[in-house]
Design a protein around this ligand. Structure first.
Ligand code: U5P
Length: 277
């Protein structure tokens, strides 16, 4: 995970101080890329302790098409609480766009299922893309997340917005475009989540895992996480853990939380930081 530390250093050295929607203020760069060879281990951050538990639950929740936080709450995952309405709704967020993108005629498109079909039947395709960026459903930045949901829009504009798959030498790779990246709190989770998804889709389609390529747009450190970033930069990365998937479910939509195990995870201690909403 040296690549992640290089990114932190890059923002500290080259970032511009910028205001932002949340009012916290950031140090930000525009455009950055990291590549993780998933054969070398599972890219779970080692310079602070991360819990894969919420990442697994969130990914299964996306794949189920659900956009209400009840499932997450029932499983003790709180990462979406601040954005939801009292009823727990988040509007047409990731789950909806991934597996039930709505066409003008009311029919829906399961982008994940379509990508898997193409990976099995036409892996040289250059169109194996999932988009969670749906301009028709974007929130109005001047009103609250909850108000947006009540008006039928997303609570928060999708951050990890667009991803593409690629097969070469029997290996499955994936590149994500993340339009906005909270480098201290969000990015380590986003890397782990997509790496997990690549492992699952590779298992379903019969390929080995290849690279996960993370591409960021507005890549920032909130001002109240700069000190925490500096603490991490003083820490030495440790060997990466491995991901074990206990069985091969019938389809990408049939995984369960218990199917995943992270082994040999060593990390430096957790570092506390406030999330900017
Ligand atoms: N964010 C992430 N990863 C996510 C979700 C959100 O980093 O998966 C962060 C964005 O980077 C940004 C904030 O700091 O949440 C969303 O604000 P905005 O870009 O919509 O203004």
């Amino acid at each position: 995970m040296r690549a992640y530390l290089d990114l932190l250093q890059h923002i500290l050295d080259n970032g511009t101080d910028k205001g932002d929607r949340t009012g916290t203020g950031t140090r930000s760069v525009f455009g950055y890329q990291m590549r993780f060879d998933l054969q070398e281990g599972f890219p779970l951050l080692t310079t602070k302790k991360l819990h894969l538990r919420s990442i697994i639950h969130e990914l299964l929740w996306f794949l189920s098409g659900d956009t209400n936080i009840k499932y997450l709450k029932d499983n003790g995952v709180r990462i979406w609480d601040e954005w939801a309405t009292e009823e727990g709704d988040l509007g047409p967020l990731y789950g909806k766009q991934w597996v039930a993108w709505e066409k003008p005629n009311g029919e829906t498109i399961n982008q994940i299922a379509e990508v898997i079909e193409t990976l099995k039947n036409n892996p040289n395709s250059r169109r194996m893309i999932v988009s969670a960026w749906n301009p028709a459903d974007l929130p109005d930045e001047s009103i609250s997340p909850q108000e947006n949901v009540k008006q039928g829009r997303m609570a928060l504009a999708t951050c990890h917005a667009f991803f593409q798959f690629y097969v070469a030498n029997n290996r499955l790779s994936c590149q994500l475009y993340q339009r906005s990246a909270d480098t201290f709190l969000g990015v380590p989770f986003n890397i782990a989540s997509y790496s997990l998804l690549v492992h699952m889709i590779a298992q379903q389609t019969g390929y080995e895992v290849g690279d996960f390529i993370w591409t960021g747009g507005d890549v920032h450190l909130y001002n109240n996480t700069i000190e925490q970033a500096k603490i991490q930069l003083q820490r030495e990365p440790l060997p990466l853990p491995k991901l074990k998937i206990g069985r091969k479910p019938e389809s990408i939509f049939d995984y369960r939380f218990e199917d995943f195990e992270i082994v040999d995870y060593q990390s430096h201690p957790h570092i506390k930081a406030e999330v900017s909403v």
